[in-house]
Design a binder for this molecule. Structure first.
Ligand code: BLA
Length: 512
């Protein structure tokens, strides 16, 4: 380890994971000076893979390893090279037993990077246009975001053969939930499990925005250090942000071990420049996925990212139609009932059906009616009294009532979220919708696992400790009210006001 500071839960975000000074040893790395095109650093496992000690390669050019045709190809490529990796299938001079390699090259941090991954043969890519077309058609056919996620994880699993492939979607607080999964039937499901934000530290997230695919074929590997470990020009290890073989944070390797995962691959899903989620793949034993298949998975990840806004729009549209339909039914019921309040709860369609909520209450002319799961009548009266004082707008909403009114902690299980419309503030006439605290409805990964710490008390062996710290950040909060739900509530308020005005006018007309 380069840093003297042990990594703990609190300084996790500061671990310099882009400059580990080492590689995963399933391949080897040569860093060449951009100008001289001579090797300045080589990973020490060239000895094991090529039979040439790394220090003997330093100062050499690639002609030591590659036949002239490959060299010519590379020389043509160098000037156009950026951080975007390019792939060449090559056959090396030196290694009679293992002559075939995939050579992945990119340019970054003042260096030309040549990463060599051994392969069984020099066969051309297994990916053809037909496969791409099938993949794309399936993705296009998904009609909901969840369907879309399910298609994606099934495709990635059938392409790679990982034991488990999950879509891990982030929430606004950067915690995440497994929303789709394809797995070996004998494995425990992870579907619906939530994990805290701290499981993927900030600098790792930033890196996954730049480099969309992270591959760890054998999590029990011993890192192969670079020789020399520091780039003589910069005095520090080279920036491996775009390097395929970048060695993994020891903390994360520990985490994978505790998860029972021997190999992983993760593909970023990016929406409007932010990580929306990750397709995470796990295998119980080491698994080497070819570079071409990884590229195909990357293609799926990028296509998924590009199509995601359309699918979200479709979901939103369906929800909007549902809201409109239930609203119309409610309005009809109100219009045809002798008493408009009865139209909101006595018929097949009730206030509960308009949008996702667990309970609702109508406080009207001193009477209280409840639907679904709500606080007790006394507690609802307290909420109403609080609204009377504090809710000055016609529509009031919060996803954490307890944060606004500490007394709200008592009703957090049923009413962490409150959406209320004012019918008449002077007389305490309100309609309220309730949402439970999120913690009551989610399954947390690791809830039952025991907490482990190392003897020195510094490094957290298991990432699960972060759960307790994290829990406090979502305590007393419900799923947030969406703009279209708030709008729908406002429309219901206006409709009721119309009906009451009509009734009032009719009464007036009759009186005269
Ligand atoms: C990286 N953590 C990751 C990655 C994932 C997770 C997906 C990306 C690398 C990979 O492909 O494995 C977490 N994996 C998950 C989660 C699920 C999953 C939540 O499958 C759920 C389904 N991790 C911790 C703590 C620290 C930490 C406490 O839990 C820090 C102290 C660090 N995680 C950590 C680091 C990386 C990481 C440093 C970056 C690894 C790298 O790319 O080098």
């Amino acid at each position: 380890l380069l840093s003297d500071m042990p990594t703990t839960l609190t300084n996790c975000d500061r671990e310099p994971i882009h400059i580990p000074g080492a590689v995963q040893p399933y391949g080897f790395l040569l860093c060449l000076d951009e100008r001289t095109q001579r090797v300045v650093q080589a990973s020490e496992n060239t000895q094991a893979l090529l039979g040439i000690p790394a220090n003997e390669l330093v100062g050499a050019g690639l002609e030591q390893l590659l036949p002239p045709t490959h060299l010519a190809e590379l020389h043509a490529l160098w000037p156009t090279l950026t951080e975007a990796p390019r792939l060449l299938g090559v056959q090396l001079h030196h290694t009679p037993n293992q002559p075939f390699y995939k050579l992945i090259v990119h340019r970054y941090d003042g260096l030309l990077w040549a990463e060599f991954e051994p392969v069984a043969s020099n066969d051309p890519s297994v990916v053809d246009l037909g496969t791409l077309n099938t993949v794309l058609s399936q993705m296009l056919s998904a009609t909901t975001v969840l369907d879309f996620c399910q298609h994606a994880v099934e495709q990635v699993r059938s392409i790679t053969g990982f034991d488990r492939v999950a879509m891990y979607r982030f929430a606004a607080d950067e915690s995440g939930e497994v929303v789709a999964e394809a797995k070996r039937p004998d494995l425990d499901p992870w579907l619906g499990l939530h994990y805290p934000a701290t499981d993927i530290p900030q600098q790792a997230r930033a890196m996954y925005l730049k480099n969309w695919l992270r591959f760890i074929p054998d999590a029990s590997y011993r890192p192969a250090a670079l020789v020399p470990v520091r780039n003589p020009t910069t005095g520090r290890p080279p920036d491996m942000t775009y390097a395929v073989l970048r060695s993994v944070s020891p903390i994360h390797l520990e985490y994978l071990h505790n998860m029972g995962s021997a190999a992983t691959m993760t593909i970023s899903v990016i929406r409007e420049g932010k990580l929306w989620g990750m397709i995470t793949c796990h295998h119980l034993t080491p698994l080497l996925v070819s570079y071409e298949l990884r590229e195909l998975c990357l293609f799926i990840g990028k296509t998924f990212s590009a199509l995601l806004p359309t699918k979200e729009q479709q979901d939103l549209h369906v929800y909007q139609l549902h809201i409109q339909k239930t609203q119309t039914r409610l309005f009809d019921q109100m219009n045809s009932s002798a008493n408009f309040v009865a139209g909101l709860y006595q018929h097949p369609t009730t206030l509960l059906d308009v949008f996702a909520c667990s309970g609702a209450a109508i406080c009207f002319e001193g009477e209280l009616l409840t639907l679904g799961t709500t606080p007790t009548p006394d507690q609802i009266q307290d909420v109403v009294a609080w609204l009377h004082q504090h809710a000055t707008e016609d529509v009031f909403y919060t996803d954490s009532y307890a944060r606004l009114n500490p007394a709200g902690v008592a009703i957090r299980a049923t009413a962490s979220g409150i959406l209320a419309i004012t019918l008449a503030q002077e007389t305490n006439d309100y309609i309220l919708w309730f949402r439970p605290e999120q913690l009551q409805t989610v399954t947390w990964a690791g809830r039952t696992q025991k907490v482990e710490t190392k003897a020195d008390g510094q490094i957290f062996l298991s990432p699960r400790q972060s759960f307790e710290a994290w829990k406090q950040t979502v305590e007393n909060t419900a799923a947030a009210w969406q703009p279209l739900e708030i709008e729908a509530a406002q429309e219901i308020r206006l409709h009721i006001a119309d009906i009451r005005l009509k009734i009032f006018n009719e009464l007036q007309a009759r009186a005269t």
